[in-house]
Design a protein around this ligand. Structure first.
Ligand code: ATP
Ligand code: MG
Ligand code: FE
Length: 337
């Protein structure tokens, strides 16, 4: 099966060609970061327009890089949610047009499932079951993945997503967009014990997360330093904030794996690129005899290869999407339309 996959849920126009779901022949990622930087975040209208401008070129590039033509493609996969509705519709329309013209099957894919499946591309031997910590720009989930397409959501954020917290704190520190990578870089130069920021554990036994209190604590700290006329050591703030996020994510994930009796943990989503999270979680997993897997940096953030991988496994399980498939901006993990 040769899958052509399209991802356009946010600010990356990406197209990938895959063979049997896990072998990536091409994975072209056209990022709009430059266009959105000056606004400090993704502007939905701008994103939709850019996707329209880019999509055909990115499809051609993906085919060329994979050294295949349209006639070699036997299957189409596309993100239909969650994400920005206008952005999703661009990829969805292109995918439907290809499936219709070539008379080949179409599978609509949940973007968040895509983040999880990035690990199947990275680690060829990896199979469910495992506990997955999904930490992206808009989502923070602790999930028990029992089998392909089968998820039990054990915990999620009650307010901000982990990536969102990184982006908001970075913005307050004047670091620009997207903030996660900047904080990660600066944190390496700072003292993570310089400032004690809170960690929200919530009720005993809960696997849910909350990051808005931490974000507010950072903003309050910055304001009070300014009021007192004191210097702000940006690297120390970045390191101390990151430490709080990393520790809470790690503690809950390990506890969850131990309580569920699952000895494999998988990390997914844009924040999985965070070097502090990778190394701390790795260390704690090691201490508890838990095997940890995470994707390479390019596969952590948005890309179409991960979408193609989900589409392939859905197809193999007999799922198909119709040509009237619509974009679903608030699609939940495990839902199918
Ligand atoms: P979602 O997947 O929830 O729909 P999204 O697609 O916008 O949201 P992703 O592409 O998964 O999000 O990830 C982008 C997020 O990852 C941003 O919030 C970004 O700041 C964060 N991020 C990227 N690299 C790092 C890093 N090294 N450290 C921390 N955060 C990072
Ligand atoms: Mg993005
Ligand atoms: Fe994403």
């Amino acid at each position: 099966i040769i899958t052509l996959a399209i991802e356009s849920s946010c600010d990356e126009t990406s197209v990938s060609v895959l063979k049997n779901g896990r072998e990536v022949l091409s994975n072209i990622i056209n990022s709009q970061i430059e266009q959105h930087k000056k606004f400090g975040g993704v502007v939905p209208e701008v994103a939709s327009r850019k996707h329209i401008e880019n999509i055909n070129g990115v499809i051609s590039e993906a085919l060329e890089k994979a050294e295949v033509s349209f006639s070699d493609i036997t299957h189409v996969g596309v993100t239909y949610g969650p994400g920005l509705v206008g952005a999703l519709l661009v990829g969805l329309s292109a995918a439907k047009a290809i499936a219709f013209a070539r008379e080949i099957p179409l599978n609509g894919v949940n973007h968040i499932e895509g983040h999880v499946y990035a690990n199947f591309i990275e680690h060829k031997e990896l199979e469910p079951p495992f506990i997955c910590l999904i930490v992206s720009g808009g989502h923070t989930h602790l999930v028990y993945m029992k089998d392909y397409g089968q998820y039990e959501v054990l915990g999620k954020t009650r307010d901000d997503a982990a990536g969102e917290a990184f982006d908001k704190v970075a913005r307050a520190l004047g670091l620009g967009y997207p903030g996660g990578p900047q904080i990660d870089k600066l944190a390496k130069e700072g003292n993570s014990d310089a400032i004690q920021f809170p960690k929200a554990y919530l009720e005993e036994g809960s696997y849910d997360f909350s990051f808005s209190g931490l974000k507010s604590a950072v903003l309050n700290y910055l304001n009070s330093q300014k009021m007192k006329g004191l210097d702000i050591q940006v690297a120390d703030v970045a390191a101390s904030f990151q430490k709080s996020v990393v520790e809470i994510l790690t503690e809950k994930t390990i506890k969850c794996a131990l309580e569920k009796g699952v000895n494999r943990v998988v990390l997914a989503g844009g924040v999985a690129a965070n070097s502090g999270l990778r190394s701390y979680l790795q260390g704690e997993c090691g201490k508890n005899n838990i095997d940890l897997k995470y994707p390479s940096l390019t596969l952590c953030t948005d890309n179409a290869a991960m979408i193609g991988c989900v589409a392939y496994y859905d197809y193999v399980r007999g799922l198909r999407s119709n040509l009237d498939l619509n974009a679903i901006p608030s699609l939940k993990i495990g839902d199918h339309y």
